[in-house]
Design a protein around this ligand. Structure first.
Ligand code: NAD
Ligand code: AOT
Length: 313
């Protein structure tokens, strides 16, 4: 399968590299000049669970891919949430009736963004427990293991989604076909809606957060706000199961030592965060449905306050 990775940062590098290693034709799209130069000169260099792998992948800026006349079967979207619309605006000439898009971003509301550029039968959504980091331009740090849940968003998209599933399976990305990806997206949003903002404000990793006496009450309250809003949108979250799932990440043998991506963005790299697509989205939707979401509102504003203090860009 010929695959473009739209947003070849940390996660785009992981997914792109693993698909390439499995024999697929993969090209990267990114706008970060130092990253583009490094990959062109040395290849994408990955520390893959302690072993160095170098993947010589073609990388284009959105302008270059547009001019190249390249066509692909699948575009995997892996920008940050607030960059998705800009990316698809920039690469829209790459999209025709045959082009499928697989969205693996964290957060809520990306279906509305993609529907502006891609026919619904060509859209696949997923969530992932894989993680990734960049140690510099062209250098990925890929530790641990993970899984992916995925599903086409309308029934007509199932046949192609199953082909993508097979390609991901062959690449060792541990995909499963979900029968309710909307549920999976809300469930993952609860993980990010608790751990990402709170670890960032409290300046700690997931294990340290989980060991706090206040953790349980904070998680229960935030999950209850997500559940109330999700219910209005037709998804009935099993709150007890979601809370157990979040608590299962606290152990040092699961994700406990991980600093959530929001922490890495804001505290480490002084970048603005995805908060408006996680707790901020629940706050906005709550206002629309007349549901109070004070913890989500408070956390969203705390993160925006921290972004301003740190002059995040
Ligand atoms: P990242 O910032 O490392 O990568 C995004 C890339 O997209 C950057 O390299 C950026 O230059 C590029 N980009 C953005 N807009 C662009 C545009 N208009 N044109 C060209 N390039 C553009 O982000 P990431 O950590 O890989 O995260 C991607 C998504 O995956 C996020 O939604 C994140 O929450 C989610 N996620 C990340 C992890 C993780 O461990 N990093 C784990 C699970 C999910
Ligand atoms: C995470 N982390 O999704 C993933 O950092 O944004 C992130 C993220 C799976 C389980 C626990 C945390």
């Amino acid at each position: 399968m010929k695959i473009a990775i739209a947003g070849a940062g940390a996660m785009g590098s992981r997914i792109g590299l693993m698909l390439h290693e499995a024999g697929n034709e993969v090209l990267l799209i990114d706008r970060w000049e130092a990253h583009i130069e490094a990959i062109r000169e040395h290849g994408l260099i990955a520390d893959f669970n302690g072993k160095e792998i170098v993947a010589h992948l073609p990388i284009y800026s959105p302008e270059e891919i547009t001019q190249s006349g390249e066509q692909v079967d699948l575009i995997i979207a892996l920008t940050k949430s607030n960059q998705l619309d800009g990316m698809f605006q920039a690469i829209q000439s790459l999209i025709n009736e045959q082009t499928h898009v697989f969205c693996l971003l964290n957060g809520l509301g990306h279906d509305d963004t993609l529907a502006k550029y891609v026919p619904k039968q060509n859209i696949i959504f997923g969530i992932t427990t894989w993680t990734a980091g960049l140690s510099g331009p062209g250098k990925a740090k890929l530790q641990g293991t993970g899984e992916i849940e995925m599903e086409n968003i309308v029934p007509a998209g199932k046949e192609f989604a199953l082909q993508v599933l097979a390609v991901f399976q062959q690449a060792g990305l541990n995909p499963t076909y979900s029968t309710n990806v909307k549920y999976s997206i809300w469930r993952k949003a609860c993980v990010n809606g608790t751990l990402n903002g709170l670890c960032t404000i409290l300046d700690c990793n997931i294990n340290q957060f989980g060991s706090l006496p206040v953790a349980k009450n904070l998680v229960e309250t935030i999950v209850s706000e997500f559940a109330a809003v999700a219910k209005q949108e037709g998804t009935n979250l099993d709150q007890a199961e979601v809370i157990t799932h979040i608590e299962s990440t606290y152990s040092k043998t699961t994700q406990g030592l991980h600093y959530p991506s929001m922490y890495q963005d804001l505290i480490k790299s002084r970048r603005t965060t995805e908060i408006d697509y996680i707790n901020g989205a629940v706050w906005r939707k709550g206002q629309k449905y007349g549901i109070a979401t004070p913890y989500c509102a408070f956390l969203t504003q705390l993160i925006h306050g921290k972004e301003a203090l740190l002059q995040a860009k």
